[in-house]
Design a protein around this ligand. Structure first.
Ligand SMILES: Nc1ncnc2c1ncn2[C@@H]1O[C@H](COP(=O)(O)OP(=O)(O)OP(=O)(O)O)[C@@H](O)[C@H]1O
Ligand SMILES: [Mg+2]
Length: 126
């Protein structure tokens, strides 16, 4: 089974998350700039005695499609790299993925997701 991890993290955490994922052998990913809010519904900013509500806060969204036996390790890695302990550290969603097709080769599914030296290639058979 293939899964998609959608991790919404602080912009400042992106480099640390990317490096940590790379270090465990997560190769393919893409990143979006997003704006949103979680439980607090935004933050209050003040400027010269006036307060403003900023309800949609910029975050980075990191998308990773991977085999489901790598999902827990990827989640743990993202959490460790992105956590400050303060509100706004982010949230991770996990979805099932129906199929993957590499356009150039026509490879599908697991084949389309294997890269040289990725987390699966590094795995030593049990
Ligand atoms: N239910 C949701 N659906 C879609 N996107 C969401 C949802 N909840 C949060 N997000 C997105 O995830 C980001 C993470 O928000 P945030 O870190 O503030 O989460 P939280 O649930 O409020 O936790 P915390 O208490 O740590 O702040 C939001 O800015 C928003 O972009
Ligand atoms: Mg929040």
């Amino acid at each position: 089974m293939t899964k998609k991890i959608e991790a919404i993290i602080r912009e400042e955490a992106l480099d640390a998350v990317k490096d940590a994922l790379r270090a465990i052998g997560i190769v393919g990913m893409n990143v979006f700039e997003v704006r949103g809010h979680g439980r607090q519904g935004g933050i209050e900013l003040s400027w010269r005695g006036t307060t403003y509500q900023m309800d949609l806060i910029p975050k980075m969204q990191v998308n990773i499609v991977l085999s489901d036996h790598n999902v827990e390790k990827a989640i743990e890695t993202i959490c460790n790299a992105a956590r400050t302990g303060n509100t706004g550290d982010g949230i991770i969603f996990v979805y099932p993925v129906e199929d993957v097709i590499r356009i150039r080769t026509g490879e599908r599914g697991r084949e389309a997701l294997s890269y040289p030296d990725d987390i699966d290639a590094r795995r030593t058979p049990a």
